[in-house]
Design a protein around this ligand. Structure first.
Ligand code: 0WE
Length: 263
């Protein structure tokens, strides 16, 4: 018996077996949820279908969140399989690669700012707007993924930090708007994880090493850590929680100063 028995969950943003979306999908499935997935491009279709199959799902539909027409077609196609759903996981972020290196002011420009905010924050509202009819009357839950750069300044994260700040505000405004419909909206702020999206990032190895030394738990988090917290937040165990950002970061965010080799 799982805490998500009888729930139907849509997972947006699965790209590889290192994706946070994969850790969340596995955890939700192990708690009894039925799953549906998107794939962003035809190149990813086969890989996502194979991973979906491993979790006994055969609902794998095209969706690039940058296009409103694709979002509408995604939910129209989903409605052909399910009469509604209980959970939507948004695990999507993108800024052009040139935005995520060097000094903030050197990197930032109008186009990079726009793309980062569109794909990483607006897409949550777009999915909520179009998916809402399928969530009505079922105590549904939305969940998105954020990062510490939303609330602290960090090297190289640059305009993604602003986009995550917008995403976290989006969580609050959506929670406020959808609460009367019985729909909860929360975020998880995960510690750094070596995913496909993060693999190209210069200095990630050093960041992981720093976090694993300074975090209270003295380790990095895994996609399973995030998946387990996600299972709780989208389950009825969290029925009283909405508009919240839950840190799943081995405690890193609460540390004011780290001194090596002191307790
Ligand atoms: O939110 C993120 C990264 C998301 C991301 C990753 C990429 C890489 C490929 C967004 N856009 C792109 N665009 C690409 O072209 N993280 C929390 C991981 C991350 O990214 C960083 C980090 C950490 C941690 C970038 C700079 C510094 C730290």
């Amino acid at each position: 018996m799982g805490i998500l028995d009888g729930k139907r969950a849509v997972i947006v943003g699965l790209a590889s077996n290192r994706s946070i979306a994969w850790g969340i999908a596995r955890a939700l499935r192990s708690q009894g949820a039925e799953l549906a997935f998107n794939y962003q491009t035809d190149k990813l279709r086969g890989r996502v279908e194979k991973m979906a199959g491993q979790l006994e799902s055969d609902i794998v539909l095209p969706l690039d969140v940058s296009e409103d027409a694709q979002i509408q077609r995604f939910f129209d196609a989903l409605a052909g399989q399910w009469d509604g759903f209980d959970v939507l996981v948004h695990s999507v972020a993108y800024a052009p690669a040139d935005q995520l290196a060097g000094r903030y002011l050197d990197a930032v420009n109008r186009e990079g700012f726009g793309i980062a905010h569109d794909i990483s924050s607006y897409s949550l509202a777009a999915l909520a707007k179009t998916g809402r009819p399928m969530m009505l009357g079922r105590q549904a839950a939305l969940l998105t993924l954020s990062y510490l750069g939303a609330v602290r300044a960090l090297p190289s994260y640059n305009v993604m930090g602003l986009a995550k700040a917008s995403l976290e505000a989006n969580v609050r405004f959506l929670a406020h708007d959808l609460g009367p419909d019985g729909i909860r909206v929360n975020g998880i702020s995960a510690g750094p994880i070596r995913t496909l999206a993060a693999s190209g990032i210069k200095g990630l190895r050093q960041m992981l090493a720093h976090v694993s030394e300074a975090a209270p738990l003295r380790r990095n988090v895994t996609i399973d850590d995030v998946g387990n917290a996600a299972s709780f937040l989208v389950s009825d165990l969290a029925a009283g929680i909405t508009g919240e950002i839950l840190y799943v970061d081995a405690g890193y965010n609460i540390v004011g100063m780290h001194m090596p080799s002191t307790p």
